[in-house]
Ligand binder design. Structure first.
Ligand SMILES: Nc1ncnc2c1ncn2[C@@H]1O[C@H](COP(=O)(O)OP(=O)(O)O)[C@@H](O)[C@H]1O
Ligand SMILES: Nc1ccn([C@@H]2O[C@H](COP(=O)(O)O)[C@@H](O)[C@H]2O)c(=O)n1
Length: 210
């Protein structure tokens, strides 16, 4: 299957990107089937850090573009567009590195890609047909991140606070907020904005009908 449409969903950490992408995916996949739509996560492309100790990995700045293998993500998007299957890496936030398994992603007419720094990279931007920016207020993102990182990513309140002050907040102002200019659509209120979800679903249905 060639000529896929690639839809990027960017925005701050815990702005609702994953929820937005998975809601669109789940609601459409029931209707159109798994062959038509696929999801990639930028987080899956965090660099492998097997050569570092756990203590060293805790010091990495995970909000800087250098933390990601964006070249591999761009390559995978190109392969999907060319009708080829890719092996998306799997990432573990508890060990701060990839696990050995991969997830097979088959080419699909519409591919959703979600992640914090997607719109900051010119090579990636060239691959996107539609770009969405989740414009959730930063204090709301922080509250959601604290809860999520404690419940799902094995973090303490102290470690979340330190990482937020040193890396997450500065990266939002240095990289993420300036990348909003590249978005076609800006979504407020996070991953449960039903009107925005419906707009993207309607656009995808149109693409699938072509
Ligand atoms: N509009 C919303 N209302 C309530 N909770 C939300 C909303 N959007 C996202 N969340 C919750 O906030 C947390 C972060 O959302 P997530 O989609 O993982 O963000 P991101 O992928 O941008 O980091 C999750 O626990 C998610 O369920
Ligand atoms: N080992 C890691 C890797 C990443 N992070 C944080 O994840 C954020 C991006 O993922 P979202 O789902 O929140 O968009 C990013 O802000 C990193 O700080 C981490 O804490 N540990």
């Amino acid at each position: 299957m060639a000529n896929s449409t690639i839809i990027a969903i960017a925005g701050a950490s815990a702005s609702g990107k994953s929820l937005f992408a998975s809601t669109v995916y789940q609601e459409l996949v029931a209707e159109v089937g798994g062959d038509c739509i696929a999801v990639l996560a930028e987080d899956a492309y965090y660099r492998k850090q097997d050569h570092l100790t756990f203590e060293q990995r805790c010091l990495t700045n995970y909000d800087h573009p250098a933390a990601f293998e964006h070249g591999l993500l761009a390559e995978h998007i190109k392969q999907l567009k060319a009708g080829q299957t890719v092996q998306m890496p799997q990432y573990c936030y508890k060990t701060h590195t990839r696990i050995d398994d991969t997830i097979t992603i088959n080419p699909a007419k519409v591919v959703l890609v979600e992640g914090i720094l997607l719109l900051t990279d010119a090579h990636l931007r060239e691959q996107f047909d539609i770009s969405v920016f989740m414009d959730t207020p930063l204090d709301v993102c922080l509250l959601r991140r604290i809860r999520r990182d404690m419940e799902e990513r094995g973090r303490s309140l102290d470690s979340i606070t330190e990482q937020y002050k040193n890396y997450v907040r500065p990266a939002f102002f240095d990289f993420i907020a300036p990348s909003k200019q590249y978005a076609d659509l800006v979504v407020t209120r996070g991953g449960k904005n039903e009107i925005a979800i419906d707009i993207i679903k309607t656009k995808i249905r149109q693409l699938l009908a072509q």
